[in-house]
Design a protein around this ligand. Structure first.
Ligand code: SF4
Length: 490
């Protein structure tokens, strides 16, 4: 067995307008993919054009594949968080894409399929790049008996709303919605969703799941709000005050047994090192990370040195800080601790490098942006077989630790450039020949409807909230008990 190697400082990637510098083997591996082989970029562009295919990919995608996608000039390519992936797929279909390829895990392709169907694009095929399931440890935790028991408790509590994280399968969403009125959320809109629910139904019980760390972090966040002035709370939601937040706290519940293997990595040891060794750095943390890391980033956010939120919030924060430094016209090194999956670095580099190049071309001083990967020491191991001598990961390249966390998501990395090119080679495909690559159809009945239809409804509720800023009236009636989720619910 390989012996763990302690790395100090954490791996880091420094971004200049025209080059990168990597510190540590993990960062070296990330850097290698940021300037991809032009021949690969061209080969992918030709294949995408030939099949008029749109690609929607998640930020956590394999860095080699992201590097090539980012350099391509094919217009139907989009990399984002899961919320935007479905929206962009619809736009691509409207603009004439003949097929949509989803690079992510299975709940993402299911979500894209459901939203295309609901938008009149059922005829546009959706494919994944693997013929086998691409799972997600978090989605699986919502399929365990413990989650059914959690929902039973919710269903026995009057005025309950289940807020289910999008990282779950359609069968989870359908089965849940059949017993408790359910709305989907993402990390970008979960705070707004919960606060809107309590604003519209002040006596509601909100049951969040399955992500335990996110649930804990939301509880911590809401619990800290009564210490702030009402004007600050109003910025989060205009209908809330310190008093209303205090009143809702006992009625916010979260599932206790749902964990993402990636974010599990950012535990107490990592958080302590960030707190003590990176005091001058900006700290970012995804809402899914364990409480210790969340607390460090929340403290930093309060001091204007950090952000807690979704992948998009993290990207937006870093981009804004770099823009602010450019506007000040002062040379410096800005250091950001990246408290989320390492695949984010491709999109960060793309955004930051553009800004730094513009500043340099305008004669500005040198600004360097350093991205620190706070990878636990037990996620990096010596490997006599690896070219670098050290690889992220206990025994292989997945970056997973014996404690259960991973520096990169092993499920997301099931999407590779070779697999994408192989799929494109088979397009256009005779009917039925690519069935294993399609999202699961979920035709089994749940509460008198197909799981796909019923599971799509919580997603449509989320989209309605996104558009109007309010829970849809039917969902409110269901929470109040004056309407039920039935077979004939529209
Ligand atoms: S990072 Fe991977 S395991 Fe974690 S929630 Fe996302 S897809 Fe699931």
């Amino acid at each position: 067995m390989n012996a763990p190697v302690s790395l100090a400082p954490f791996p880091a990637l420094s971004i200049y307008p025209d080059r990168f510098e990597a510190q540590g083997s993990f960062a070296e591996a990330q850097k290698a993919f940021l300037d991809p082989d032009p021949a690969e970029v061209s080969r992918l562009g030709v294949a995408l054009r030939a099949s008029n295919a749109g690609v929607v990919a998640h930020f956590y995608m394999d860095p080699e594949l992201q590097g090539v996608l980012t350099r391509s000039d094919w217009p139907f390519i989009h990399i984002s968080d899961s919320l935007m992936m479905a929206d962009r797929a619809i736009e691509m279909a409207q603009a004439g894409a003949k097929v949509i390829i989803v690079l992510g895990v299975d709940f993402m392709s299911e979500n894209v399929r459901a939203m295309l169907d609901a938008s009149g694009f059922a005829h546009v095929p959706v494919y994944r790049v693997a013929a086998v399931p691409i799972g997600c440890s978090l989605a699986e935790s919502a399929e365990a008996p413990a989650y059914a028991a959690y929902l039973r408790r919710a269903s026995q509590t009057p005025r309950s709303l289940h807020v289910v994280y999008i990282n779950t399968s359609l069968i989870t969403k359908a089965s849940a919605h059949a017993v408790v009125p359910t709305i989907t959320c993402t990390s970008s809109n979960v705070i707004k969703t919960v606060l809107t629910a309590f604003a519209q139904v002040p006596e509601a019980h909100v049951w969040f799941g399955p992500d335990t760390y996110m649930g804990q972090n939301l509880e911590t966040l809401f619990g800290s709000l009564p210490d702030l002035p009402d004007e600050v709370i109003a910025k989060l939601h205009p209908d809330h005050t310190r008093e209303s937040i205090r009143a809702l706290l006992p009625r916010f519940h979260y599932f206790q047994q749902g964990t993402c293997v990636v974010h599990h990595l950012f535990g107490a040891e990592v958080a302590e090192r960030v707190r003590t060794e990176y005091q001058g750095a900006f700290v970012t943390a995804h809402l899914e990370v364990p409480g210790e890391m969340f607390a460090v980033a929340l403290d930093a956010q309060r001091q204007g040195r950090g952000v807690v939120g979704s992948t998009s919030d993290i990207l937006g924060f870093i981009a804004a800080r770099v823009e602010r430094q450019v506007a000040k016209r002062e040379g410096t090194t800005l250091r950001f601790v990246l408290g989320t999956e390492a695949g984010m670095v491709t999109s960060i580099v793309e955004r930051v490098r553009t800004t730094l190049s513009r500043a340099r071309d305008a004669g500005g001083p040198e600004i360097v942006v350093q991205i620190v990967f706070p990878v636990a020491s037990d996620a990096v191991a010596a490997s006599p077989n690896a070219e670098l001598g050290i690889v992220p990961g206990v025994a292989a390249g997945e970056g997973c630790s014996t404690a259960g966390g991973c520096a990169t998501c092993p499920y997301m990395k099931m999407n590779s450039l070779d697999a994408l090119l192989a799929l494109l080679d088979r397009l256009p495909a005779p009917a039925g020949s690519l069935t294993p690559f399609e999202p699961r159809k979920y035709l089994e009945p749940v509460a008198g409807r197909t799981a796909a239809e019923l599971g799509g409804e919580p997603i449509l509720h989320m989209r309605a909230l996104q558009q109007s800023g309010r829970l849809p009236p039917l969902l409110v009636d269901q929470v109040l008990g004056t309407a039920r989720v039935r077979a004939d619910t529209p």
